[in-house]
Design a protein around this ligand. Structure first.
Ligand code: UP6
Length: 264
């Protein structure tokens, strides 16, 4: 087991975002992030209302929400503050630093309401560190950190090419004040204060028809040593989402804290 105790991680971590995440994890007993890929603001907000008590973070694709607007982000940030979860916009930035900055402040004003965003490693160190540092250090933005995509869950993803994941880890190591962790399938760094978030989780299905590969919670947390599970359709396509939220949350928390003497 290469993860250290949650209480130690809470004390050790320098990143304000990760400190908040580990504190939230311990308080809510949850290492579950819900991916809400609905296409209307009403449906997203209704799901957040149900999910708020069970999740550490809510992950969105703002550009998939057809009636996305500022009233929505204002409700979203109020709910996040009241129900204690982190707002995660899964934009997967992958362009020049200049363009990334324009996108962060463009029509969706992502930097103003998201706590954390995803960033592809493919564009390299300078267009990642430089741009995001400016936003993260500016208190007029909500954005507090980024997750680097070290591995994708999709079948045949090019992130499996030799050296790609290792290069993403080295970008993270060079930008520890900005990078809060990774999106990956299996733990990619032994540093406990970099959190490993993993999508591709479903207890009732193995794949969709368009490249997604799912596996169970024990595999992801116990065997592959991730910290936080990202569950989407396993909850959002279910007719009983609250039951599913409870189920995923319990399994993920039990798997994470099984050997954690700072919890029991
Ligand atoms: N996601 C993946 N795989 C990755 C990175 N991100 O599935 O490697 C995102 C998807 C989706 C969520 O964009 O929002 O995680 C997974 O949802 P699902 O369980 O419904 O497939």
């Amino acid at each position: 087991n290469i993860r250290s105790l949650l209480a130690e991680r809470e004390a050790l971590t320098d990143s304000p975002l990760n400190k908040k995440l580990v504190t939230l994890m311990r308080r809510k007993k949850s290492n579950l992030c819900l991916a809400i890929d609905y296409t209307t603001t009403d449906k997203v907000l209704q799901m957040i209302e149900l999910a708020g008590p069970f999740v550490l973070a809510v992950k969105l694709h703002a550009d998939a929400i057809r009636d996305f607007n500022e009233e929505f982000t204002s409700k979203l940030t109020t709910m996040a503050n009241n129900m204690d979860f982190v707002i995660f916009e899964d934009r997967k930035f992958a362009d020049t630093g200049n363009t990334t900055a324009l996108q962060l402040t463009g029509i969706q004003k992502i930097a103003a309401w998201a706590d954390v965003v995803t960033v592809h490693a493919v564009q390299g160190n300078d267009s990642i560190g430089g741009v995001f540092r400016k936003f993260v250090n500016d208190p007029s933005y909500r954005l507090k950190g980024i997750l680097l995509i070290a591995q994708l869950s999709t079948k045949g993803s090019l992130t499996a090419l030799n050296g790609y994941t290792e290069s993403a880890v080295s970008i993270a190591n060079d930008n520890r004040d900005v990078v809060s962790g990774f999106i990956a399938q299996t733990r990619v760094s032994a540093c406990s204060d970099l959190l490993n978030w993993t999508p591709g989780i479903n207890l009732d299905a193995k794949s969709d028809s368009v490249g997604q590969q799912w596996r169970g919670v024990d595999q992801a947390i116990d065997v592959q040593q991730n910290d936080i599970v990202i569950v989407g359709r396993g909850v959002t396509s279910s007719s009983e989402p609250v039951q599913q939220l409870k189920r995923y949350r319990q399994m993920a928390w039990d798997a994470l804290t099984k050997n954690d003497t700072s919890i029991h």
